[in-house]
Design a protein. Structure first.
Lengths: 301, 336
């Protein structure tokens, strides 16, 4: 379960990242000095409740944060290269082969106006320079790899003709199509049926192992983290509360909030009736800490 | 999309056309004006007038005229033009291709110009490029088509742009007699490029006058729906795929933005067809719009009725085409 210690540098390194949403009167801080490292081939879980800023980290890494979001400080290093403020053209070259995304909602993430085959083939043609025939053949292979039956038929279909699970498999095929070093998986199983969730999770894990890609796995579900992640970062209010190997975090959490999150997560060996929500006093304390952090930062200029 | 759908729409057109026929008949009998008075010379006697009335069936009671009118319509007989003494159907069909070609050219210009403006506005979203597109669309829309027509003529006259004709459909010096009325298409197919160029040159200004307001509407609606599409998740995916902004706007967002635009363009296209009445008159362009004005001036009741029904058929055809295009544009409706 534990990642091999990085003999080479990390694939992704987020350093003291501060991000705020520009408002009319003042900016609203979303990320407050986030740092994390992902080694090559590592699956790194990013856990927190909604509003913790975990999705924003994923977007900032991919450079698709909303236009009103401003990176105030810190940096994102990909393969040792600073990509925080990469110009549009170079950012595009990095996508596909460098990074991919498995989206949260497969129902809205595929273009409803284009056929499935075209939506996979277009990345192959853009980044790998394949011609139409080669891209078509590789598309069929990819669909096979993500266990889609009758790929010859599926490539001619439109997204609305596929189920949610099938669409997420297609998204996974797109994400892995150009063999990227890093994939951001943004709650990839949240929008799926429980029965499909497990299959999709297994598929992501298998593809990751096969391609030896790193994954930034954004989720609110510690149960999912325990299944798939090598390391975990726990996030609250845009701050990292703790980072560590999954086993260590799950078995001996170092932070009260992590303990509370674990207590709030359903497990096979514990009936659902014993689940406890995160105590309000703890949440209030963390929020106060975040505000104090902002105030301290503000006074520093 | 299925054949039953098409058939149902075609059957629905029958009561619509019947309604139009009734309304135009009633309206023409209610408004004052005597077609015979417009026709006769100064020396006509009472007997001559009575004879003419009998000839055109105007001596019957209105109710009976209506029955005859419907009976003839059902048999495909639109009557005889009073002012031109020719079969209405022949007259209208002779002129219809002219207007159809004019409208199609205008449509192409409107979609091309409006589409380009919309794409530019969406590409430069939130920057001065978008503001320029919005401003231009607002300005164009503030001026109706017939005023554009007059402005163009003024422009041509003031700046002595002799190369740009402002009257007629083909140059007098071009010897080209089409077997059909579709001079533009026919001259091109027969590789008579001199005739094609001449017709095209004569068509540019009236088509542009008709097209400009529609282009502004297309620009606005399409830009809005592209901007709307640009907020969707699949656009985020396209950015992660590493596509350029031009490709994302033009290929990923545009296709999804087309449906609402086609609806509105279809509706607005009927206004464009209606606009031919004034614009053709201004440019002496020999289509059915021009003919309609003359028919009204001459109180040529059968011709007016025939022309109004023709316009109604055009409107119905346009709406049908819009519905068909939905199915082609939106894969989700293709199997429904």
């Amino acid at each position: 379960m534990t990642a091999t210690p990085p003999a080479v540098g990390p694939t992704l390194s987020v350093r003291d990242l501060h991000l705020a949403i520009a408002g009319r009167r003042r900016d609203t801080p979303i990320l407050r000095g986030v740092s994390l490292d992902i080694a090559p081939g590592e699956v790194h879980g990013l856990v927190g409740e909604s509003g913790a800023g975990k999705t924003m980290i994923g977007k900032a890494v991919l450079g698709i944060q909303p236009s009103r979001a401003r990176i105030a400080a810190g940096s994102v290093l990909f393969d040792g290269r600073d990509i925080t403020h990469l110009p549009e053209r170079e950012r595009r070259r990095l996508m596909g082969r460098g990074m991919g995304l498995i989206p949260q909602d497969p129902m809205t993430s595929l273009n409803p106006a284009h056929r499935i085959g075209a939506q996979i083939a277009d990345v192959l043609r853009l980044h790998l320079g394949l011609d139409r025939a080669a891209a078509g053949a590789r598309t069929l292979e990819l669909l096979n790899e993500v266990h889609i039956r009758a790929p010859e038929r599926v490539v001619r279909q439109y997204p609305h003709e596929l189920s949610g699970g099938m669409r997420q498999r297609v998204s996974i095929a797109i994400a892995f199509a150009c063999r990227p070093k890093l994939i951001v998986a943004d709650e990839p199983t949240t929008a799926l049926d429980v029965t499909v969730q497990r299959q999709v999770l297994a598929l992501i894990k298998r593809m990751q192992a096969q391609e030896d890609a790193s994954i930034l796995f954004v989720t609110h579900d510690l149960g999912v983290v325990a299944k798939i992640c090598d390391r975990v970062t726990v996030l609250h209010g845009g701050r990292v509360l703790e980072t560590g190997a999954t086993r260590r975090i799950v078995e001996a959490p170092g932070h009260d909030y992590t303990r509370a999150l674990i207590a709030a997560t359903p497990r096979h060996d514990r009936p659902g009736g014993l689940l406890r929500p995160v105590p309000e006093a703890l949440t209030a304390r963390l929020d106060a800490e975040a505000l104090a952090y902002d105030a301290a930062r503000g006074s520093h200029g | 999309m299925s054949w039953t759908f098409l058939l149902r729409r075609l059957l629905l057109a029958i009561p619509t056309l019947f309604g139009v026929a009734v309304i135009v008949f009633v309206l023409l009998r209610v408004v004052p004006g005597d077609p015979i008075a417009m026709l006769i010379g100064p020396g006509a006697t009472e007997a001559d007038i009575a004879e003419l009335r009998r000839l055109y069936g105007l001596d019957e009671s209105i109710a009976l005229q209506f029955v005859y009118y419907l009976r003839d319509l059902a048999g495909g007989d639109f009557g005889t033009s009073i002012s031109m003494r020719q079969d209405v159907m022949e007259l209208v069909l002779g002129r219809l291709p002219v207007t159809i070609e004019l409208c199609l050219v205008a449509m192409l210009v409107a979609v091309g110009l409006g589409g380009a403006m919309a794409l530019a506005g969406a590409y430069w979203r939130g920057r001065s490029g978008e503001a320029a597109v919005d401003g231009a669309a607002g300005f164009i829309l503030a001026i109706p088509d017939f005023l554009w027509a007059l402005l163009f003529i003024l422009f041509v006259v003031v700046f002595a742009l002799d190369g740009l004709p402002i009257s007629g459909r083909i140059g007098h010096d071009v010897a080209f007699r089409g077997a059909t009325g579709f001079l533009l298409v026919e001259s091109l197919l027969r590789l008579r490029l001199d005739a094609f160029g001449s017709v095209l040159l004569h068509t540019i200004l009236p088509a542009l006058a008709l097209a400009l307001p529609l282009a502004a509407i297309v620009a606005r609606v399409l830009k809005t729906s592209i901007n709307e599409a640009m907020t969707q998740d699949y656009i985020l995916m396209a950015r992660v795929k590493g596509f350029s902004r031009a490709r994302i706007v033009g290929r990923e967002a545009l296709r999804n933005a087309l449906v609402p635009t086609v609806t509105l363009t279809g509706v607005q296209f009927t206004f464009l067809v209606g606009g031919t009445v004034l614009v053709e008159k201004i440019f002496s362009y020999p289509g059915i719009g021009n003919m309609a004005i003359d028919a009204v001036i001459n109180r040529d009741l059968p011709l007016i009725q025939g022309l109004v029904l023709t316009f109604a058929v055009l409107f119905i055809a346009v709406n049908l085409l819009v519905d068909v295009s939905y199915a082609l544009l939106n894969p989700r409706m293709r199997h429904g």
